[in-house]
Ligand binder design. Structure first.
Ligand SMILES: [Zn+2]
Length: 232
């Protein structure tokens, strides 16, 4: 299946991408410091680090001037690296088997998502950082089929059956409690739609699915799957 999902603003993305084996960083444990009364995702919903080689586009040879001229998909990671994501999705793959070339790292290791979702979520994160002086905190992104199945075994009431989660398409993230509650959560709910991200109706209080205020999805990507008959 060859599906090209290329935003016009991304057409001049970096072509000389170099693949580098990336050593996963064990970091970014959810900081549960908020005292606000909201549920936090079970520990089992926190994705393990990926041990596959990741396409991390290091920009060590890129000057700041060049970086500023790049598409808005160049960003710093929590470990000080720079990621460039073209936003181009040459192949959406199948649920839980999205090819590496269609994925990008998110700003917080070890999480990844589909490239177009990463580009727009990065814009939302930039706006959050401009407002609060810190990035949004993540606990999950893309999940392979194997990771979905393992999660389902641990949390049958919460995790979707393997192959049915939008995490498997690289179109969802889970946020830390500190990001989806309090003033950050209020800001998130007010601003995410501008960047086409949403806490879907099923995941809201009173929705048709489990109450998951931490679970957010890239709407354009999900709607395209539905239109293509690849999802309910
Ligand atoms: Zn989720």
């Amino acid at each position: 299946m060859l599906v090209t999902l290329t935003a016009s603003t991304l057409s001049n993305g970096p072509a000389g991408a170099q693949s580098a084996a990336n050593v996963p960083t064990l970091s970014t444990v959810e900081a549960l410091t908020s005292s606000l009364p909201a549920p936090s995702p079970p520990a089992e919903l926190v994705s393990p680090p990926h041990h596959d080689a990741q396409d991390v586009l290091r920009a060590s040879a890129t000057s700041d001037e060049v970086s500023r001229s790049m598409p808005r998909a160049t960003f710093r990671t929590d470990t000080g690296g720079t990621v460039q994501c073209s936003g181009v999705v040459p192949d959406i793959g199948t649920n839980g088997h999205v090819p590496d070339e269609s994925l990008c790292d998110l700003w917080q290791k070890p999480y990844r998502d589909r490239a177009d979702a990463v580009v727009t979520l990065t814009k939302l994160n930039d706006a959050h950082t401009a407002k609060f002086g810190e990035p949004m905190c993540l606990t999950s992104g893309y999940r392979t089929l194997e990771e979905q199945a393992a999660l389902r075994r641990k949390e049958p009431g919460l995790a979707a059956p393997a192959g049915l989660s939008n995490h498997g398409w690289g179109l969802a993230v889970d946020f830390c409690k500190e990001t989806y509650t309090g003033i950050h959560g209020t800001w998130l709910r007010a601003n995410a739609a501008t960047y086409d991200w949403d806490n879907p109706a099923w995941a809201r209080r009173g929705g048709s699915g489990p109450y998951e205020p931490w679970h957010w999805e890239y709407e354009t990507g999900v709607n395209a799957l539905v239109a293509a008959g690849l999802e309910k």
